[in-house]
Design a protein around this ligand. Structure first.
Ligand code: ADP
Ligand code: MG
Length: 334
């Protein structure tokens, strides 16, 4: 009849009840889906989902057997069951990773195929630009070249995104890297009269990182910050070492982001810019996670009450210092 005669502590815990609350009750009164416990063929493993009081769903795996009473008659049913929540989460994670890797391969393959014809088109464009005499035609050739340049940029970014996870760790000076990236954008920074201030508490402490990839992260983040910051705005950098983590923060006084954009910012191809690719932050996330780190965004839009606004991106990377052990590890991989 489904009345519970006995339940062990573990069983009650899985069902998030105390034993007294279950004993002597019909289990299906508490969990309607639990009728499957005694309506299934004995010995066969099954998985069902129980609706809990608080509206959550509990996935359980179970199988049942008959318990033979004194005179050898089927009297009771013994059900063994387990909580599948953790297993389901792991399965979803693996599936997500596989899908991600598969998509990366497709993206890299397509980008690679586009690169060669694109090179052909831009070479022809350069010849046109040189050889054509009518100014209107030269203008068209230039437009063609600037569009191929944009496409090229997109292809390069797709290739970076689609590259399989493989870190080439080496001694990396983050402050130096940061200064290099700023130097590359000197012109735009001056044109917009942006003030750059920094708290580089980490100093030139070296760490083992993939310098090429981390540089890519810095590049994408500074580009976004410059693009969002208005004339005369400010960009602040913090780089510090804290509890075995490298913390990198980039704050700007730009437009800020509404919550729905923050939620989607790391998605592939999400952009709010007319000429954006929506790849910058997706690439950052991939690189940071490949390093075992995390990336997050805090942002507020301007409102008429509050003048403080802007975006802060935080990157947190596990710190691998320069120790003999790490040195040996890196050398053995090289
Ligand atoms: P893209 O720069 O090509 O648009 P990204 O992945 O770099 O692609 O950024 C995605 C979106 O996130 C941007 O289009 C923009 O809306 C938002 N965003 C990113 N960084 C900032 C920032 N510093 N300030 C405001 N918005 C930002
Ligand atoms: Mg960008």
């Amino acid at each position: 009849s489904g009345t519970v005669k006995l339940i062990n502590l573990q069983g009650a815990q899985i069902l998030r009840c105390r034993r007294e609350e279950i004993l002597g009750k019909k289990l299906s009164d508490l969990f309607p889906e639990a009728t499957a416990f005694w309506n299934s063929s004995p010995g066969r493993y099954r998985e069902i989902e129980l609706s809990m009081y608080d509206g959550t769903i509990l996935p359980v795996g179970f199988s049942s057997t008959f318990y033979l009473g004194d005179r050898g008659i089927n009297q009771d049913i013994i059900v063994t069951f387990q909580d599948l929540t953790e297993i389901r989460a792991l399965q979803a994670q693996v599936l997500g990773k596989e899908r991600f890797a598969a998509m990366g391969r497709v993206v890299a393959g397509v980008a690679h195929e586009i690169r060669n014809p694109l090179f052909g088109i831009s070479s022809i464009g350069q010849i046109f630009e040189r050889e054509l005499s009518a100014p209107a035609h030269v203008e068209l050739a230039r437009a063609l070249l600037s569009e191929t340049k944009r496409l090229n940029q997109l292809v390069e970014e797709l290739l970076i995104y689609g590259r399989p996870i493989k870190l080439t760790l080496g001694r990396c000076d983050l402050v130096g890297l940061w200064e290099e990236v700023i130097g590359m954008h000197r012109e735009e920074i001056e044109k917009k009269a942006i003030t750059i201030s920094g708290d580089l508490a980490m100093g030139h402490t070296p760490a083992y990182l993939d310098a090429y990839q981390i540089r890519q992260v810095f590049l994408n983040l500074i580009r976004n910050a410059i693009e969002a910051t208005p004339q005369g705005g400010e960009i602040m950098i913090r780089l510090l070492l804290e509890d075995q983590f490298i913390i990198f923060k980039l704050a700007d006084t730009g437009s800020g982001m509404p919550a729905e954009n923050i939620a989607r910012a790391f998605e592939l191809f999400f952009t709010t810019k007319s000429k954006g690719t929506g790849l910058g932050l997706a690439i950052c996330k991939k690189i940071v996670e490949d390093h075992g780190g995390e990336i997050s965004i805090e942002s507020r839009e301007r409102d008429w009450l509050d003048e403080r606004k802007g975006t802060t991106v935080t990157v947190k990377l596990p710190y691998r210092g320069i120790t003999d052990r790490n040195e040996a590890l890196v050398n053995s991989r090289a």
